[in-house]
Design a binder for this molecule. Structure first.
Ligand code: ZN
Ligand code: CU
Length: 486
């Protein structure tokens, strides 16, 4: 007898194929039957009028530490996500020094040094969903070179290469950079290329938060494509965007560059989050001695340990209240004790560029959410996937449901090596989401960002029910996956 049968569902299988009505059975963590099932099961679910899809994969996350701090992963499970890719933007929980704080964005204390150790820790904590690792350049560079603003010596480069190689051997899907951030920005193309090359024998990917996402976006795309071509690896362009009003619309040109490279044989894919604001560590976006006044105008505070009462407010309003300029307010915040831990939100993008990204069939969905739950995080942490399905599919008709689901599932799994997932097909892992297509939508906002989305009914992870009509079951059956292992 099957463990679960989901009857009479509208099945969107993740491949982009047309929906059909049918039953799906789950047995021993896997999808056992797809079509019509007459047999009984321990649990029966009537899915009439609901869509059953493969569980969504958040390909761009900073959840490395969250898997340990918040193993219920409520902010992701409630969106229908069953897997996350961690270690993005060059910041990963591995490698780490046992007993020290990690060099990812969470700064949790590490009881591990490598991916095998991290996997053991995370799986012991019983995470609600699965994770796939990227090994981050900022992390390995900090570890081997500290804050040095120079090229590595041969010995340093070799050590960094060893970190990448070990991570790949232990099941990472690739190498990530954050070339806008310190210390990644001190690396030239050559250094990144020499590290990306290590990924090639594993057929892994190079995921990049590019060197520039505003005035030099197109040049940054050229650099990413050059690294991919010379290293012989697939390129994943992270959170594709054009920041700053004078650059709005450039996303089309950038996508045209990608299309041209793909036509020549390059492997290139991208991800996007459906919001016109970004978010990240504030200290990374400003020169403390000379804060950019234009950017300062667009800043909202997400998490601000030094001044909790600033959270959720625009920097210009705080500045006005204090009787200082916005750049002075930047300095006031960043130089306070713990000021460097501030996470900000930057309102700098254009709706039209989001639409261009969502229309492109090589663009996946990735939240880029920063799981600091103490303040008012960017609403993308709680809302990304339902927002695409509700706002852009149902309300605006920018893309159809089948293609949206494909770019949250099969495409994401193929590129990031989540084998046996991302498609509703017999023998695959039973990572599934059941949702109401007429209701699904995000409700997290910049004002009230920690609200779980509407319309997501059930989520199964490795065959176990992780989310049941708004209730997090705490079953904790997620795993840290190995690249291309079923
Ligand atoms: Zn990034
Ligand atoms: Cu990121």
């Amino acid at each position: 007898m099957a463990d679960t049968v989901i009857r009479n569902a509208t099945i969107i299988d993740g491949t982009g194929a047309q929906r059909f009505t049918g039953d799906v059975t789950i047995e021993d963590g896997h999808i056992n039957e797809v079509g019509s099932s007459s047999g009984a099961a321990a649990v029966e679910v009537d899915a009439t009028g609901l869509v059953l899809a493969p569980g969504f994969v958040d390909v761009h996350t900073h959840d490395d530490g969250a898997l340990l701090q918040h193993p219920d992963m409520a902010f992701k499970i409630s969106q229908g996500c069953t897997s996350v890719v961690v270690g993005n933007c060059g910041f990963s929980a591995i490698p780490a020094v046992h007993g020290d704080n990690t060099l990812d964005l969470s700064g949790v204390q590490a009881n591990w040094s490598d991916l095998d150790g991290y996997r053991q820790n995370v799986e012991n904590s019983g995470p609600a969903l699965n994770a796939m690792m990227l090994v981050g350049h900022n992390t390995i560079r900090s570890m081997e070179m500290g804050t040095e603003r120079r090229a590595p010596t041969d010995r340093e480069l070799e050590r960094m290469q060893q970190h990448v190689e070990l991570a790949m051997e232990q099941g990472a899907c690739g190498f990530s950079t954050g070339l806008i951030y310190r210390p990644g920005r001190w690396a030239d193309t050559e250094e990144v290329l020499e590290l990306a090359k290590i990924v090639a024998p594993f057929d892994g990917i190079y995921a990049t938060h590019m060197r520039n996402e505003n005035d030099y976006l197109l040049e940054a795309v050229d650099e990413a494509l050059e690294i991919g071509a010379k290293a012989g690896v697939a390129v994943q362009i992270s959170h594709h965007k054009a920041a700053g009003k004078r650059n709005w619309g450039k996303v089309e040109e950038s996508l045209a560059k990608v299309d041209a490279a793909v036509a020549e044989g390059a492997k290139v894919t991208l991800d996007v989050y459906p919001y016109t604001a970004g978010s990240g560590p504030m200290v990374q976006y400003f020169d403390i001695d000379n804060p950019n006044p234009e950017l300062a105008q667009a800043i909202q505070l997400a998490s601000c340990p030094a001044f909790r009462h600033y959270e959720g407010r625009m920097l210009v309003d705080i500045a006005a209240e204090l009787g200082i300029t916005a750049p002075e307010a930047v300095r006031h915040i960043l130089t306070a004790p713990d000021g460097k831990k501030t996470i900000c939100i930057q309102h700098v993008m254009d709706e039209g560029d989001i639409v261009s990204n969502l229309r492109h069939d090589r663009v996946m969905i990735g939240s880029d959410g920063i799981p600091d739950l103490t303040g008012r995080p960017h609403p993308r942490l709680f809302g990304t996937f339902p927002r695409v399905l509700g706002r852009y599919v149902r309300e605006q008709g920018i893309l159809d449901l089948e293609s949206a689901v494909r770019r949250m599932t099969s495409l994401s799994c193929d590129v990031h090596g989540l084998s046996g997932r991302g498609r509703i097909t017999e023998g695959n892992w039973a990572d599934l989401v059941l949702f109401d297509p007429d209701v699904v939508v995000d409700v997290a906002s910049y004002e009230d960002p920690k609200r779980e989305s509407l319309g997501i009914r059930n989520v199964w992870v490795n065959g176990d029910l992780a989310f049941d009509n708004g209730v997090h079951t705490q079953v904790g059956s997620g795993k840290v996956l190995r690249y291309r292992e079923h």
